[in-house]
Ligand binder design. Structure first.
Ligand SMILES: [Zn+2]
Length: 342
């Protein structure tokens, strides 16, 4: 699976940085607090400027996770064309694959910028979390299949619990709200979760079919770029070259009905072959697609799954050998003979 969990020890100790609002205790906004005093949290570690005590720890899960399906095809939670720097490691409060987004030259440059839904869904939380956690103004969207996204520290919330939202629809603006007394600089704290079991349910963010380059990467939004609700229309932003990488050239290809094309590529510099299947329809939606490469005499390398834009890349070196390659998109399948020998 592509969802591999790891604990990110994200603390950048900066001398001289003082924390305000010292707690980071778990809280459950849907459950009345018991009369007992919560046990004191472990002392926080100073983190990147402005991100002290950034996130919460936990928010109640009210969804039923009896049915799971593949990822809804998330896009960056900002309007089409905008470039945002995502940072997983800048906050000591992060426990998994949470991301803090910023843009601009100053700490407050992005205050008030539009935040949009990463995928279509139903708003299940739109409220200020008060002192229960560090989220401040929080919007949580349920995308079905156990998938949810969190948008925290919002300056303004533009949707209400119960609303249905489209991918790319505005849900609020970037802000610096948090628990009372907790001073942070403006940023969007964003999470993708699947199922219950915090913090293990915080998944790696995948935008436009590409897994975020943890811990830090600047990503340009493709959210609703086609103007029609996003993801469902327009051209596939991925090419065989972008998937296989620099130095690879197409040496063969085969159509997979209307669903896509599978490509065999070769890199003369490192003598690797690469196979990828690029989808042509259901773009942004996870659908069955696959790619494989088999060097004669060796085990086949396969990447099959429900993917939003492409399958692969699968790579193998085959000096002096013949290769068999192919893939599928929906029900269309292509299998080459052993060929391209040498
Ligand atoms: Zn954060």
């Amino acid at each position: 699976m592509r969802l591999k969990l790891m604990v990110v020890a994200g603390c950048m100790a900066l001398p001289g940085l003082l924390l305000t609002g010292a707690t980071a205790a778990a809280a459950n906004p849907a459950t009345p607090s018991p009369s007992t005093t919560p046990s004191p949290p472990p002392s926080a570690t100073p983190s990147a400027p402005g991100h002290e005590n950034d996130p919460p720890n936990e928010v109640a899960s009210t969804e039923s996770y009896s049915t799971f399906r593949s990822s809804p095809g998330f896009q960056l939670p900002f309007p089409c064309g905008q470039a945002w720097a995502g940072n997983n490691s800048g906050s000591s409060a992060h426990r998994g694959y949470e991301l803090d987004f910023n843009r601009g030259n100053t700490a407050s440059a992005d205050l008030g910028d539009t935040v949009v839904a990463a995928a279509a869904g139903k708003v299940v939380i739109s409220s200020h979390q008060g002192s229960q956690n560090g989220f401040g103004n929080l919007v949580k969207i349920d995308h079905g299949g156990g998938w949810t996204t969190f948008y925290a520290h919002l300056n303004v919330r533009s949707v209400s619990a119960g609303d249905t939202v489209a991918q790319g629809q505005k849900v609020g603006t970037v802000g610096k709200t948090s628990r009372p007394g907790n001073n942070i600089s403006p940023h969007l704290h964003f999470e993708v979760r699947q199922g219950a079991g915090y913090p293990g349910n915080i998944r790696k963010a995948v935008f436009n079919g590409v897994t975020f380059g943890y811990p830090i990467q600047t990503v340009t939004s493709k959210n609703a770029c086609s103007g029609g609700g996003g993801g469902g229309g327009g051209a596939n932003p991925h090419t065989p070259q972008s998937v296989c990488g620099n130095g690879y050239r197409v040496v063969d290809s085969a159509a997979l009905g209307a669903g896509g094309t599978v490509y065999l590529m070769y890199n003369s510099a490192n003598r690797n072959n690469c196979v990828t299947t690029i989808k042509k329809n259901s773009l942004g939606k996870a659908t069955a697609v696959g790619a494989y490469l088999e060097v004669k005499g060796k085990p086949r390398v396969t990447d099959n799954g429900n993917f939003t834009y492409f399958a692969g890349p699968v790579r193998a070196a085959a000096p002096g050998k013949c290769v068999k390659w192919g893939g599928k998109a929906g029900t269309a399948v292509y299998n080459s003979p052993f060929e391209h020998c040498g």
